[in-house]
Design a protein around this ligand. Structure first.
Ligand code: ATP
Length: 302
């Protein structure tokens, strides 16, 4: 690109590899998100103009809790040489004071606006992550209550920032929700949160990947039985989310530590050369204790 005289703005970490993200079982979703929302940012603005398109500015991740939406948003934002992403909990934007919620939204974008004015095309990317997006972007006009009116104003303000006359080019807004159906359709239209990616419950391979991620340090340091049967754990953890599996590993570890003879003898220091190994038995006990958030009959099952 240098040879054709364009200024290149490198915003992807050159050492980036999907495998290093620590996100398990979502290869397809990651590739999809990357292609739709991030890949165009590898192109300098002058090159992108040759296609006559603009960067995606809004991405919606939806699905059950604990399956990796926040993890993906944070990790991908970290890969880009972006300004540290702002993570906002939807309801925290709301305010009982008239006009304050809209002001909160405008303030969120203030740094991006300043950079765009001062640096133009060389501005770094600003990633803004909205957790519980449904709380602030409910379908409009669905009720005549004051809170519904406040909701309408917030939606309008957000749309103005993403797609209005003063909209910014150096932003990527990632919305997250467990209840996509509650979100105002105006927000989901092209040019706004145009890409929607479902982050669902992991299947068998996904759970194996996630289990490997959360036990990797133990395998590396020899603090887990190397012959442990991860496939068997996967079979016994149907409907577990990524967060459930992370919890399972913690509880298994607690059972392993609990077996140490001198644990309750506070006069004896822990000997780092004599640590207990996490075993299948510890995992079996943990499986009895950590139950999946979603039962077999529920909405989000795989
Ligand atoms: P919520 O809707 O409640 O905000 P979420 O989908 O954003 O949930 P995360 O906060 O990303 O869920 O997941 C919680 C934790 O569970 C993560 O920090 C991570 O440790 C673990 N986890 C969840 N999914 C995965 C995954 N696919 N791979 C590895 N770890 C995972």
């Amino acid at each position: 690109l240098k040879s054709v005289g364009f200024k290149t703005v490198s915003i992807i970490d050159p050492k980036f590899k999907f495998e290093d993200l620590g996100v398990g079982g979502l290869d397809q979703e990651l590739a999809d998100i990357f292609r739709k929302a991030f890949a165009s940012r590898r192109f300098p603005p002058a090159v992108l103009q040759k296609y006559g398109i603009k960067h995606a500015k809004g991405l919606l991740l939806y699905g059950p809790p604990g399956c990796g939406k926040t993890l993906i948003a944070k990790k991908l934002a970290g890969v880009l040489n972006s300004v540290k992403p702002k993570i906002v909990n939807g309801p925290s934007i709301l305010s009982e004071f008239i006009g304050k919620a809209e002001e909160n939204i405008r303030n969120l974008f203030a740094d991006a606006r300043k950079d765009e004015i001062e640096k133009g095309d060389s501005s770094p990317l600003h990633v803004i992550i909205f957790d519980e997006m449904d709380a602030i972007c409910r379908k409009r006009g669905s009720s005549s209550s004051t809170s519904a009116e406040v909701g309408d104003k917030i939606v309008n303000q957000l749309l103005t920032m993403i797609d209005g006359p003063e909209s910014l080019n150096n932003i990527l807004v990632i919305g997250m929700t467990n209840m996509k159906e509650l979100i105002d359709p105006a927000i989901l239209r092209a040019g706004r949160f145009e890409y929607h990616v479902e982050i669902g419950l992991p299947d068998d391979k996904g759970r194996l990947d996630i289990l490997k991620i959360h036990t990797a340090t133990m395998f590396k340091n020899g603090t887990i039985d190397p012959n442990i049967n991860l496939e068997e754990i996967v079979r016994d953890t149907k409907n577990y989310t990524g967060a459930d599996i992370e919890q399972l590993v913690k509880v298994a570890l607690s059972y392993s530590i609990g077996k140490m003879q001198d644990l309750m003898d506070f006069s004896k220091p822990i000997d780092p050369k004599n640590l207990p190994l996490v075993t299948m038995e510890d995992f079996k006990k943990a499986i009895q204790e950590v139950k999946p958030l979603f039962g077999v009959d529920e909405q989000f099952q795989v």
